[in-house]
Design a protein around this ligand. Structure first.
Ligand SMILES: NC(=O)c1ccc[n+]([C@@H]2O[C@H](COP(=O)([O-])OP(=O)(O)OC[C@H]3O[C@@H](n4cnc5c(N)ncnc54)[C@H](OP(=O)(O)O)[C@@H]3O)[C@@H](O)[C@H]2O)c1
Length: 294
């Protein structure tokens, strides 16, 4: 298994999951293989000759993408076209992550794979274009749409995640203002990596959703984070209109996992169980990182 985006918060979980199952796995960091460098991507695939290529790399800065659409389209669409072609040419199976932001958020129940897509920001358009390129050039690929990834390795990555943002905000004496008018199903990275492993073992193809176990507002999510972390914080509900955000976001983007579960893949853990596991792994990761630095 060759993993692009191997140093991201999901990439790290994928590495440990496949390695624990004794698969041969090679994680590639951006410095080793930039997705936008076609020659490098082709070289890595021809050197390692993987059975499976997992792409966990993406341009994921939703607000920045509004100001820099070319870069978002380059990494999330054009580079994915190249990757799909390279995988097809070498016979490697492609496993790719897409997003709940391919939807417009007007639904009132979790989105299914058969629901019409209609992105409302540049990031969503770029990820959807990546999906189309994969369907065109690697028809046996697996596309897994996920939303709001949070994993303990977020403490080590450049972008971090919502849990880390909340824990940082709670250290500030100011109240923590969190948006109440967006609902999603945040996806726990170690559980997502495990489902990825199950899907690869079963050799599924096509498009599937893998949201977290529950649909929650970001405000509800913050409440649960503080509850599980045992942190006292003054949470204040805020609205989208309180902020100047460049990108519009879908108001509702929870994903239905029914198709995935019907295919025999394990159900995702509840949000509370995921957060308990997150805090345990986060402490272990922090201790081992401090030890390594000491
Ligand atoms: N995070 C979310 O909430 C979320 C939601 C929906 C879908 N997804 C999708 O899930 C996947 C994994 O997300 P994640 O949270 O693990 O993201 P992440 O932590 O930001 O990791 C992404 C990785 O991709 C690397 N990368 C970025 N541009 C690259 C390029 N041009 N070439 C090679 N590597 C590049 C990044 O390297 P640097 O650190 O050097 O930039 C980083 O290691 C992505 O496909 C994303 O679109 C994520």
């Amino acid at each position: 298994v060759l993993i692009f985006g191997g140093s991201g918060q999901l990439g790290g979980e994928l590495l440990s999951c496949f390695a624990q199952a004794r698969w041969q796995v090679v994680p590639l960091r951006r410095q080793e293989a930039d997705l936008n460098d076609l020659a490098k991507v082709v070289e890595k695939i021809s050197v390692y000759r993987p059975n499976v290529v997992i792409n966990a790399a993406a341009y994921g800065q939703v607000d920045l993408a509004e100001r820099d659409p070319d870069q978002a389209l380059l990494t999330n669409a054009s580079a994915i076209r190249n990757l799909a072609q390279a995988c097809s040419a070498s016979g490697a199976k492609l496993f790719h992550y897409s997003t709940d932001y391919v939807f417009d958020g007007l639904a009132d129940r979790p989105y299914r794979e058969s629901d019409p897509v209609h992105p409302i920001n540049t990031y969503g358009v770029s990820k959807l274009a990546g999906e189309y390129f994969i369907r065109a050039y690697a028809p046996h690929a697996l596309i897994l749409r996920v939303g709001g990834i949070f994993g303990p390795r977020g403490i080590l990555t450049n972008r971090g995640n919502f849990v880390e943002t909340m824990l940082r905000a709670a250290r500030d004496p100011q109240p923590v203002r969190v948006i109440v008018d967006f609902t999603a199903s945040p996806t726990y990275a170690p559980a997502l990596a495990q489902r990825t492993f199950e899907i690869v073992e079963r050799d599924l193809s096509g498009t599937y959703h893998c949201g977290g176990g529950e649909a929650v507002t970001w405000y509800d999510f913050a409440q649960r984070i503080f509850e599980v972390a045992g942190v006292q914080a003054q949470l204040v509900p805020a609205s989208e209109s309180d902020y100047q955000i460049s990108a519009r976001r879908p108001k509702y983007s929870a994903l239905s996992n029914a198709k995935l579960e019907n295919a025999g893949i394990s159900a995702m853990p509840s949000l509370i169980d995921a957060l308990k596991d997150y805090m345990r792994r986060r402490s272990a990761l922090r201790s081992s990182t401090h030890e390594a630095l000491a």
